[in-house]
Design a binder for this molecule. Structure first.
Ligand code: ARG
Length: 466
């Protein structure tokens, strides 16, 4: 079973790993997606080695040409990956060394520990950009929907009970706020990723005269002024997995937000609400019940959020209690973040698609919001404006609500005399509060759902989202 080791670390071993161990420990099956970042890192590293004279310019050029060729093969699906070689780093390095003898010098002053940390920091920058672009799609879909149908009134809910009337657009812009916070979280993760690990070596740097700033610049790890940013402690550099946690956490936040939006849509599209019609293209039918149209895209958004939360939990559990610095446990850090990127990216796209095709059922919204009880709080405010302390006003409106229930009448249909009998604060004009238009216009403060505020907010978002 034991063969002599093919691995680059094989020198001190008399036997290679068991097949079972190879199958158990390989990561190339999933970390091969790091290839473009690994190759970029190796090009920058070899450029630096040539810059400081550790390899010749000729050797650098040969290494670069070989790496370019390998990248082309990988992109064309023509590269042969081998699990015998453990991971993406060793697969690429060995393929390169077979073609370019000078590649035997590539790993000078580098370890897979700072190499994988670099690959992942490059990957996180890329992953954040991918997600941010897709979040913008969902946000723009929301904004378009808000601009088109936002003036429709619906009941706002607390405890899933009708609470107060709001503009549909106000509800949609609440979702937009959630997605904007997600967007800024990914921007922050990308910013935190922007430090170059190369030069940290396995744990304690190198005795060789490398130029870390050169490599950082070549890889774009620079600040706004173009100054290189290199990590400041070699041990922390190879042990740190905070970015994984932050990225998975940003994805989990998004998942939680997407699941709440999805849940609202599932409710709104049910026959009980029927505020909206979901696009056929994002729904499915039942194999048994011909009449069914199921909100599958929303249900999957809700369901997949569980994976995003799970990925974060897996990473937290994996990192907790690990001694400094690198431990092989950390190889398990990649599948969760890869899955979080893939899941988040497609969820954001599906959310955008579902929102783009949404139809609003104005009649059903109007019927639901016509319930005058939604303005019971406005009646209390009416009493407050007439000098009644709020707690007393709340009671006085409660009495009117109770009376309406007893008489089986809508709140605004009670006789003025009966209302006035409930509290001396009520005047002949008590029923004017039930004018929805007036009620909405009065909610004019910042963040409130008046049409004037909504217009302001729409303008703000239009400016922000372009
Ligand atoms: N495949 C490894 C990982 O992803 C690369 C680092 C290996 N380092 C080591 N000392 N064995 O964690």
């Amino acid at each position: 079973m034991a063969k002599s080791s093919q691995a680059s670390w094989g020198g001190r071993f008399s036997a290679g790993p068991a097949d079972l161990m190879l199958r158990f420990s390989e990561s190339v099956s999933f970390d091969k997606r790091l290839a473009p970042f690994d190759i970029a890192g190796s090009k920058a590293h070899s450029a630096m080695l040539a810059h400081v004279g550790l390899i010749t310019k000729k050797e650098r050029d040969a290494i670069h040409a070989g790496l370019d060729e390998i990248l082309r093969e990988i992109e064309a699906g023509k590269f042969t990956w081998s699990t015998q070689l453990e991971d993406v780093h060793m697969n690429i390095e060995q393929a390169l060394t077979k073609r370019v003898p000078a590649a035997a010098k590539l790993h000078t002053a580098r370890s897979r520990n700072d190499q994988v940390a670099t690959d992942m920091r490059l990957w996180f920058k890329h992953a954040c950009a991918e997600i941010m672009a897709r979040l913008r799609l969902a946000q723009r879909a929301l904004l378009a929907l808000a601009a088109r149908d936002g003036h429709t009134l619906i009941p706002g809910y607390t405890h899933l009970q009708r609470a107060q009337p709001v503009l549909l657009g106000h509800h949609l812009l609440a979702w937009l706020e959630m997605l904007e916070r997600d967007h800024s979280r990914f921007a922050a993760v990308a910013k935190h990723a922007n430090w170059c690990p190369l030069g940290a070596g396995a744990i304690a740097g190198t005795t060789l005269p490398i130029d870390r700033e050169f490599t950082a610049k070549a890889l774009g790890f620079v600040d706004e002024k173009g100054r290189p940013r290199v990590t400041q402690n070699s041990m922390d550099t190879v042990a740190d997995r905070d970015l994984f946690l932050e990225f998975a956490s940003a994805c989990a936040f998004f998942g939680v937000h997407a699941s709440r939006i999805a849940e609202d849509l599932i409710l709104w599209s049910s026959a009980e609400f029927k505020f909206v019609e979901l696009p056929d293209a994002f729904c499915t039918g039942s194999s048994l019940m011909p009449q069914k149209k199921n909100p599958d895209s929303c249900e999957l958004l809700r369901g997949k959020s569980g994976r995003l939360v799970g990925n974060l939990s897996a990473l937290l559990a994996m990192t907790k209690g690990l001694p400094l610095t690198y431990n092989r446990d950390l190889q398990e850090d990649k599948p969760p973040v890869f899955d979080s990127l893939d899941t988040t990216a497609i969820c954001a796209e599906v959310l955008a698609g579902t929102l783009e095709g949404l139809e609003v059922n104005a009649d059903r919204c109007a019927a639901a919001v016509s319930d005058p009880a939604l303005l019971a709080t406005d009646l209390a405010d009416y009493l407050v404006e007439r000098g009644v302390p709020f707690r007393e006003a709340h009671h006085a409106v409660g009495a009117v609500v109770k009376l309406a229930e007893q008489k089986g009448l809508p709140l605004d249909r009670l006789a003025t005399a009966d209302v006035k009998a409930c509290h001396p604060g009520y005047g002949d004009d008590w029923a004017t509060v039930f004018d929805l238009k007036r009620a909405m216009a009065k909610r004019r403060g910042t963040g409130m759902p008046s049409p004037a505020q909504f217009k302001k907010q729409l303008a703000r978002w239009t400016k922000l989202l372009g």
